[in-house]
Design a protein. Sequence first.
Length: 276
Amino acid sequence: MGEKGGAVAFFDVDGTLVWHDMEKARTSGADAVFSRPRPTDGVYGAFRRMRAAGHRTFICTGRHVPFIPDTLLDLGPDGVIAGAGAYVRVGDEVVRNAVVENDLLMEVARRFVEAGVSVTFEGVECNLELRPDGAPASFASSELAHDLAGVERAIGRHSFCKFCVSDVSLDDIAPVREFCERYFTVCDLQYSTYEFSLVGVDKGTAIDVALERLGHGRERTFAFGDSENDLSMADHVETFVAMGNALPGVKARADYVTDSAADDGVVTGLEHFGLI
């Protein structure tokens, strides 16, 4: 798949391509808000204009494949980076699919069970929600485990690439975090949610994989994001754009700060750089 000209742009999803009503998520449940996010008509139109101008687009999200619904794929991207960089698809070809080894995943699960903290393991086929307190899963499409036996059964059938914890502070998981940081990079996704990805497996290195497959250099490459797991993109593209709703550290690293996702900041940013 050779160079065809134009720019290549990589877009985070949550807080970038789509804006979420977090109050609704708290009152109605995460499933109702996050399962089928829909970009605005302005964002759909911007992607059409990007294609017409000969530019290529990638979804670049912490979500793994099962949580990328057709409402996002209808944007018509040229590829998908999922699992915060663990999975890379260019066209129809999967060129990266990194997973956590089962022994390490079981040790992580054991430590979360001992701490009594819920954790969600994410994979290319499904998510596994480990709920030591016996609570139900947050998402109807997730598999559910309440103990290590349940985790062991799940990893006998599926592979997982990363994990997240929600509604906790880093102090709440300090003993588990100390172990995990030997093997994983921790990112603040905002709203008391933290993501643990294998060291060296991130959105930035995934962009390198995608660009190499495209035969495209770093020139005329753009990335848009709002959270800590988007920071890795900054060193792997020519221009890094932070959303108006981004974390302060993300804004500080950006080459340009656009409007909030709630105000179609992706569209504003693309117009600013003459891509649409």
